[in-house]
Design a protein around this ligand. Structure first.
Ligand SMILES: [Zn+2]
Length: 331
């Protein structure tokens, strides 16, 4: 599944613990619309072309000093479709080589960005002697927005309602031909996802809601039981997961800081089971090897699902604890 950007992880986590300012709130909503749109596209592709369809999603490449972010690459026959998704609002017209919104000309020609990405992928394939053609596709993911093209264009433009028909047409060109390893050729140039440079200062910890946040109702009234925590809304979670998830939330918000017991104690709030927190830090987190014993534990700065993605099966088994007999009796 396509991952949330680091910026989105930080804003979402922060929004559960404090009221965002209007600018942050607007950005959060924009990023949320973006990931929903991208996941919708992934679902459409999978449901129409089948689960075995060959894609590369959400990658950042660096090729000869050029960095490019690509939303989706999809191979059908001998063509790689490079799909750039847009979440604009409004009805746009492309004419005379310019983008118009009403009478206004947009400062950026969005096709330039797409063409640059197409050139880079085409060159990567050429370098690796892979004879595939790259076709740029600009997809409008907001059903209420559109782009009308009144110009000749080598790119494909899709308004939201056009996407299923376009995919159905592609489906007729699928072949079972053995494909060269185009993905690993491209992956050679992959670089790590962007991390937000926006920092939330430790000094502002007192503006945050403390404790364990219920993932279901987002309140902070979780009760600690023997093996679980439970919320008045009815949500119950294995205690080990609720604690580790909360440590990760601290890590996301303060992604430029190490994990330290002293700060985590504050973050968990007054009712904290301190011994349990210390036990979990030792067991699941990486103590920083430093002469300063106060330096703490390594902070990946990402949400629990991504931080512990490789231990997914293990945590799914632990999650079963909420069904244990006596798991919910109070401590
Ligand atoms: Zn709840």
């Amino acid at each position: 599944m396509r991952r949330k950007s680091h910026k989105l992880q930080v804003l979402e986590t922060l929004s559960t613990r404090k009221k965002l300012d209007p600018e942050q709130q607007a950005l959060l909503q924009k990023l949320q619309r973006g990931i929903i749109g991208e996941r919708n596209m992934d679902l459409l592709v999978e449901s129409i072309l089948g689960a075995e369809v060959d894609c590369l999603d959400d990658i950042i490449l660096e090729y000869q000093g050029n960095v490019v972010q690509i939303d989706k690459l999809l191979i059908i026959g001998s063509i790689i479709y490079l799909i750039d998704m847009k979440f604009y609002r409004g009805h746009y017209i492309f004419k005379n080589g310019e983008w118009y919104l009403g009478e206004k000309i947009l400062a950026n020609n969005n096709f330039e960005q797409l063409r640059r990405a197409v050139r880079i992928i085409q060159n990567v394939l050429y370098d690796h002697q892979i004879p595939l053609k790259v076709q740029g596709v600009l997809a409008f993911m907001n059903p209420e927005s559109s782009l009308t093209v009144e110009d000749s264009l080598k790119e494909t433009v899709l308004n939201f309602a056009d996407i299923p028909t376009w995919l159905l047409q592609l489906k007729q060109n699928t072949s079972n031909k053995q494909l060269q390893d185009w993905k690993s050729a491209i992956r050679n140039y992959e670089i790590a996802p962007y991390r937000t440079k926006k920092i939330f200062p430790l000094e502002k910890m007192d503006t945050l809601q403390k404790g364990i946040c219920c993932p279901n109702c987002h309140q902070f009234n979780m009760n600690e039981n023997r093996h679980t925590v439970s919320c008045p809304c009815g949500y119950t979670e294995a205690k080990v997961i609720a604690f580790i998830r909360t440590i990760c939330e601290y890590g996301v918000i303060f992604h430029n800081q190490n994990l330290t017991r002293s700060q985590l104690r504050i973050f968990f709030g007054q009712d904290l089971n301190e011994r349990y927190l210390e036990y979990l830090l030792e067991k699941y987190f990486e103590r920083l090897d430093s002469p300063n014993s106060r330096s703490g534990y390594k902070n990946e700065g990402i949400i629990f699902d991504y931080w512990f993605a490789e231990k997914k099966d293990y945590f799914e088994r632990l999650a079963e604890r909420k069904n244990w007999k006596n798991a919910n009796i109070s401590k």
